[in-house]
Design a protein around this ligand. Structure first.
Ligand code: NAD
Ligand code: MG
Length: 388
């Protein structure tokens, strides 16, 4: 039996995780579920999965959540606050933590899981982008096991040999190739991007996801964050990571070896596949995902990314190459810019401008310790707000 904490249980990844977990009551139990504000959905998830603890972010939701759980006849303990998130991530009875809070808010509990030596199922790419070196140090120092949930990185993880004591080069690996769908505006005339609405931007052609990552996919900043994520997860330089646009989202990513071999992982675009893989690894379990029918697909297309249309991608490559505070600044400014776009305060094409302005002001700072990283995050949010 593996005991789980699911951070961000009410989100798209959280609910997909619980769907897989429910298929395997003989393998998994749930210690804690957490959510930011949607206490009613959290209560329903508690009814089904009977965790020991439920953590709700908004203080005024504690009482109604507790009352609802009593109505359901549950003894689940209700907690709130950032410390509670870190506690349920590090609890001694927990074996694995699904890190599926969106954005920088996920950093501290995800780090707590790593420091407690858990298996960390990492969906929250923003945490790793902000704190790459610090986070990977914590993983190594405390013997945590990091298994990526992001479909691309999970695909790469599946194609790589484990372990790799002499790094990528030592294992004969030349490049990591991340695939990108290109999002909803892949083929839209560049001149029309100024006028796109939040509704159009969150309507992803292949994946059902939270709003923030959906906008990131539309700007391709999602792929930019994933380039940085890949560098940290697999100890790669930005030059070793390539992005290729693949509209069908069937090949989830690839690894190219020195002998010319290219290994790919394929599957239907359904996050339950990487979630089930990461939950059970090295075993394989049913994920409830439809079988891939290659004859029905008929074709798979690939093309180079269009950097004029998607300036955020190159900004992210450059931020990772620059190092220091640049990735943390990029992440914070992007969160502010995406929030402002969703609130109709700026245009879609302003997102890259806001991020550049924050990077110009702050990227040269250092961001080694946790306090420095959190200070950079705060200052970058202020710089981005000022640039809206
Ligand atoms: P979502 O918006 O659907 O869910 C976010 C979850 O985080 C919710 O449970 C919410 O309650 C919680 N949350 C939000 N703000 C919080 C805060 N301040 N404090 C505590 N909890 C908070 O997002 P999602 O699509 O499930 O994505 C979650 C993470 O997984 C993101 O980092 C995203 O980049 C990553 N990811 C998602 C997908 C996908 O297919 N959805 C794929 C790859 C990676
Ligand atoms: Mg992804």
């Amino acid at each position: 039996m593996k005991c789980l904490t699911i951070l961000g249980a009410t989100g798209t990844i959280g609910r997909n995780t619980l769907d897989v977990v429910a298929r395997h009551p003989d393998r998994f139990t749930v210690h804690a579920l957490t959510a930011h504000s949607d206490w009613e959905r959290l209560a329903e998830l508690c009814r089904e999965h009977r965790p020991s603890v439920a953590v709700i972010g908004k203080g005024d939701a504690v009482a109604p959540l507790a009352a609802r759980l009593r109505e359901f006849g549950l003894t689940t303990e209700v907690r709130t606050g950032a410390d509670s998130l870190a506690e349920v991530a590090a609890a001694p009875e927990v074996d694995a933590v699904m890190a599926a809070i969106v954005g920088a808010a996920g950093l501290l509990p995800t780090l707590a899981a790593a420091r407690a030596g858990k298996r960390v199922l990492l969906a929250n790419k923003e945490a790793l982008v902000m704190s790459g070196a610090l986070f990977m140090d914590a993983v190594h120092k405390h013997g945590a096991e990091l298994v990526p949930i992001d479909s691309e990185h999970n695909a790469v993880f599946q194609c790589l040999p484990h372990p790799r004591p002499n790094g990528l080069a030592g294992a004969g690996i030349r490049r990591i190739v991340l695939t990108a769908s290109g999002g909803p505006f892949r083929d839209a005339p560049v001149g029309t991007l100024d006028a796109v609405t939040p509704e159009q931007a969150v309507a992803h052609p292949n994946w059902v996801m939270g709003k923030k990552i959906s906008v990131d996919s539309a700007t391709m900043m999602n792929k930019g964050l994933e380039v940085i994520e890949a560098c940290w997860l697999f100890d790669a330089s930005p030059e070793q990571v390539e992005v290729v646009v693949h509209p069908q989202s069937i090949v989830h990513s690839m690894v190219e070896f020195a002998d010319g071999s290219v290994l790919a992982q394929l599957g239907n675009p359904d996050m339950r596949t990487p979630i089930a893989h990461a939950l059970a690894w090295p075993d394989r379990i049913d994920a409830g995902v439809a079988r891939l029918d290659l004859t029905e697909l008929a074709r798979l297309d690939f093309r180079a990314p269009d950097h004029e249309r998607f300036p955020c991608l190159q900004i992210a490559f450059d931020a990772q190459a620059a190092g220091g505070a640049a990735p943390a600044v990029l992440n914070a400014a992007n969160e502010i810019a995406v929030g402002a776009f969703l609130a109709r305060r700026i245009r879609f094409t302003d997102i890259s401008r806001v991020i550049r302005t924050a990077l110009d002001a702050l990227a040269s700072r250092s961001a080694d310790g946790l306090d420095e990283i959190l200070a950079v995050d705060r200052d970058a949010r202020a710089a981005a707000e000022a640039a809206l």
